[in-house]
Design a protein around this ligand. Structure first.
Ligand SMILES: *Cc1c(COP(=O)(O)O)cnc(C)c1O
Length: 368
C-alpha cells in the first residue's frame, strides 16, 4: 500500500525541532536576538542590505505598502491571479486595487497590461513571483520607472529564485516573503521584508512595533501595528534557511523529471523557465487545455483516486470575488487570468516527494 502524495508537506528535521526547543529553554519568547540573526542571514542570502522579520507574509506586504506611503485612494497595480493576501494588503491601507492581466507562459503580470493601467494616481506596482518564478523584471521595472513608482515584489512563493545573478527579493525596491506552512522555506507562520532602502527598512521596523523605536519603548513616533516575530519562529526559519538551497535543488530535480516524463502529452502544457530565470517550483503548475483527453477537473478526480493530490491555484481570479467588486470589475476584464483559472492544476514536487512517486504521477497521467 503506497502512501498518499500531498501537494505540500513541511520538511522538518531534528535540527529545526532542537532550535525551537533551545529558544523555549532560553525563556525568550518574544522578538529577540534570534530574530535579529535571522534578519541578518536572510538579507545576506537575498543579497540585500536589510531584512525585517514580521509575524506573517500578509503583515509584511502591509508594512511595505505603509512604508512606501500608500494611503487612502492610492492606486496599486497588481495581478488578479494570486492568493487574496496580495490584494487585501492594499485594502488594509485603503488603497485602490488595480488589476492588470497576466501572461499564460509564466502566469505573471503582463507589462503591457500593467502599462495600460497606469494613471496619475498610481503609487506602486506589486507583481507576484507566482509559483516560484520571478515576475518579468525588465518589463515590469521599466513600466514602473516610466510611471515614477516603486516595484514591491510579492515574493511569498519565490524564495531562492533568481533573475540573472540576482535573488528574488533583490530585483525591486522592496519585497515581501512568507514563511507559512506550505511555503518553500517555512516556520509554520511568519514573514520577512527585504530592501536596500534604509528609509523603507526603518519605516517597516516602526510599523511592526506600534511606532516604537527598538531602543526606545513607549516613545510612539507614529501609528503602528503589532507585527513582531517570535524568536521561536526565527529559530526554525534559520535552520530552514541553512537548508534552503538543498531543498530547492530537490524541487528542481523533481520538476525537471516530471517535465521529462510528461513531455508530448497532447493538450498538457508544462511549466517553463523563462531565459535568464531560475524557477524554484513552489508549485509545479500545468495547464490542461481543450486538446487534452479529458477536463482538468476529471484529471484531478482521477489522480485523487490514486492518492495523488493535485490542487488548483487559483480557481477564480480575484476581480470576481465580492469584496473586490467595489472597484467595478466584471467577468471578461482579464481574459488570460480567467482562462488560466479554468486550466491550471499543480502537481506535487516538494522535497519529500520521491523519484518513484514522480514516476507514478507521470504514469497515472499518461495512462489517463
Ligand atoms: C502565502 C502568500 C501570502 C501571504 O502569506 P501569509 O504568511 O499566509 O500571510 C501572500 N501572497 C502570496 C502570493 C502568497 O502565496
Amino acid at each position: 500500500m503506497s502512501s498518499s502524495i500531498e501537494i505540500s508537506k513541511p520538511f522538518i528535521t531534528d535540527k529545526e525541532i532542537q532550535a525551537v526547543v533551545d529558544v523555549l529553554q532560553s525563556r525568550n519568547l518574544s522578538q529577540g536576538p534570534v530574530v535579529k540573526e535571522f534578519e541578518a542571514k536572510f538579507a545576506e542570502y537575498c543579497g540585500t542590505k536589510y531584512a525585517v522579520a514580521v509575524n506573517n507574509g500578509t503583515a509584511s506586504l502591509h508594512c511595505l505598502l505603509y512604508a512606501h506611503g500608500i494611503d487612502e485612494g492610492d492606486e496599486v497595480i497588481t495581478t488578479p491571479f494570486t492568493f487574496v493576501a496580495t490584494a487585501n494588503s492594499i485594502l488594509m491601507q485603503r488603497g485602490k486595487v488595480v488589476f492588470a492581466d497576466i501572461e499564460d507562459t509564466t502566469f505573471n503580470l503582463d507589462p503591457k497590461s500593467v502599462e495600460s493601467k497606469v494613471t496619475k494616481k498610481t503609487k506602486a506596482v506589486m507583481p507576484v513571483s507566482l509559483y516560484g518564478h520571478i515576475y518579468d523584471v525588465p518589463g515590469i521595472n521599466a513600466v514602473a520607472k516610466r510611471a515614477g513608482v516603486p516595484v514591491i515584489e510579492d515574493a511569498a512563493q519565490s524564495v531562492g529564485s533568481m533573475y540573472k545573478n540576482k535573488m528574488s527579493g533583490n530585483v525591486s525596491e522592496s519585497a515581501s516573503f512568507s514563511l507559512y506552512a506550505t511555503k518553500n522555506l517555512t516556520a509554520g507562520v511568519g514573514g520577512i521584508i527585504t530592501t536596500n532602502s534604509k528609509k523603507i527598512m526603518e519605516k517597516c521596523k516602526l510599523f511592526r512595533h506600534h511606532g516604537q523605536d527598538e531602543s526606545k519603548v513607549y516613545v510612539y513616533k507614529e501609528f503602528g501595528y503589532n507585527y513582531r516575530m517570535m524568536d521561536m519562529i526565527a529559530a526554525m526559519a534559520l535552520v530552514q534557511l541553512e537548508r534552503i538551497n538543498e531543498l530547492t535543488d530537490v524541487r528542481r530535480k523533481n520538476a525537471n523529471l516530471l517535465t521529462e516524463l510528461l513531455t508530448d502529452v497532447p493538450g498538457l502544457v508544462l511549466p517553463t523557465e523563462a531565459a535568464g530565470y531560475k524557477h524554484v517550483y513552489h508549485q509545479y503548475t500545468v495547464r490542461v487545455t481543450p486538446e487534452f483527453s479529458a477536463t482538468r477537473d476529471k484529471l484531478i478526480e482521477h489522480l485523487e483516486k490514486q492518492d495523488i493530490h493535485g490542487k488548483i491555484f487559483y480557481p477564480k481570479p480575484l476581480h470576481l470575488y465580492p469584496h473586490l467588486q467595489k472597484f467595478g470589475y466584471q467577468k471578461g476584464d482579464f481574459p488570460v487570468a480567467e482562462r488560466l483559472s479554468q486550466e491550471v492544476m499543480s502537481l506535487p514536487v516538494h522535497p519529500l516527494v520521491t523519484e518513484k512517486e514522480i514516476h507514478k504521477i507521470a504514469k497515472v497521467i499518461r495512462a489517463f
